[in-house]
Design a protein around this ligand. Structure first.
Ligand code: ZN
Ligand code: ZN
Length: 333
């Protein structure tokens, strides 16, 4: 069977529509026909080989939603026809202590959907069945794609770190990740503050659930306030002010990747028992809990839809930061 992929054969290059042969799903894998696929900043990083792990040709796309059309050996054929979502991770070994302990996203043999595999900007994409997450009723399949990478990335610090609903949470950066972080933290029960450099985003931030909106430059006036700061920004910040805004035992959770190393003073971490943490997406169990939580609380990414044929326009606009707040490319490819 012929499938369609949007691929680049040069680093930094535009994607081109190409026909390819459908490879039968491997053991424990299933293939979905892609209906929608979100565009994540990591797709751009992979196109540019920013992390040095890109192999060509590259088919990006790792926020895919579609229907199962084929299953490999060891997969229940009843999956065929089911609506499933796929994020950054397409497979893990299932045998190591991390996989067995419920932290499969920390597996050393992790397979990424777009590293050495063919991604979701295509008519079809395959993954291990554990990482193809059922989409419950109450979650819009058309808008759900960004939950599976961006969404789980900001849900992880709440669920995996067992944040208390009494916590005061601040989110730095109200973009593709941050706008979902505000919704999750609000529904979690926390007091939610949006920290932004863009005063124009204040009203929208409140719409996503922020109780308070503060300018990032005013952080020095909020010393000792927050139990958790989720930093989605990849810019260099006034790190002393960020750490200083943490309450005793507070935690700075880093999700954005600045180009320079982060300089941190040791003393505030010692004196206040503060912590600095980060996390890479999350486990299949947390993904399942996330979509359930979204259905219960009406949480959805705010997306702009474009046909898959306009994927290069979406990439160019994302490079310019011209998106509120996430693109979803709609099939057919
Ligand atoms: Zn493993
Ligand atoms: Zn991503």
């Amino acid at each position: 069977m012929q499938i369609t992929v949007w691929q680049t054969t040069t680093l930094g290059g535009a994607l081109q529509r190409t026909e390819a042969q459908l490879v039968e799903p491997a053991a424990d894998e299933a293939t979905i026909e892609v209906l929608h696929c979100g565009l994540c900043h990591s797709d751009v990083s992979m196109i540019d080989n920013a992390w040095g792990v890109t192999s060509l040709p590259l088919v990006p796309g790792h926020e895919a939603v579609g229907r199962v059309v084929a299953v490999g050996e060891g997969v229940d054929p009843a999956l065929v026809g089911q609506l499933r979502g796929l994020g950054w991770i397409a497979g893990s070994c299932r045998h190591c202590s991390w996989c067995l302990g419920g932290d499969a996203n920390l597996c050393a043999s992790l397979e990424s959907t777009i590293v050495g595999r063919s991604g979701g900007f295509a008519s079809h994409v395959s993954a291990h069945q554990d990482w193809l997450i059922p989409i419950p009723e109450g979650v819009s399949a058309a808008d759900a794609g960004p939950l599976f990478c961006g969404g789980i990335t900001v849900f992880a610090p709440l669920i995996d770190e067992e944040v208390s609903p009494t916590a005061r949470v601040a989110v730095i950066g109200i973009g593709g990740l941050g706008h979902m972080a505000l919704q999750f933290a609000r529904a979690w029960g926390c007091e939610v503050t949006a920290l932004t450099t863009t005063a124009a985003k204040a009203e929208e931030a409140r719409g996503f659930g922020a109780h308070r909106v503060e300018m990032l430059a005013d952080l020095p006036q909020q010393a000792g306030r927050y139990d958790l700061i989720i930093n989605t920004s990849n810019h260099d910040l006034d790190w002393d002010a960020v750490v200083g805004a943490l309450a005793p035992r507070g935690r700075l959770h880093q999700l954005g990747v600045p180009t320079s190393p982060i300089p941190l003073q040791a003393f505030p971490f010692i004196a206040g028992r503060r912590q600095f943490t980060g996390s890479p997406t999350s486990s299949p169990a947390s993904l399942l809990k996330m979509v359930d939580f979204c259905a219960r609380h009406g949480i959805a990414p705010k997306v702009e839809h474009l046909p898959m044929a306009e994927v290069n326009t979406a990439i160019e606009r994302l490079r310019r930061g011209d998106v509120r707040y996430r693109f979803v490319l709609d099939g057919p490819a």
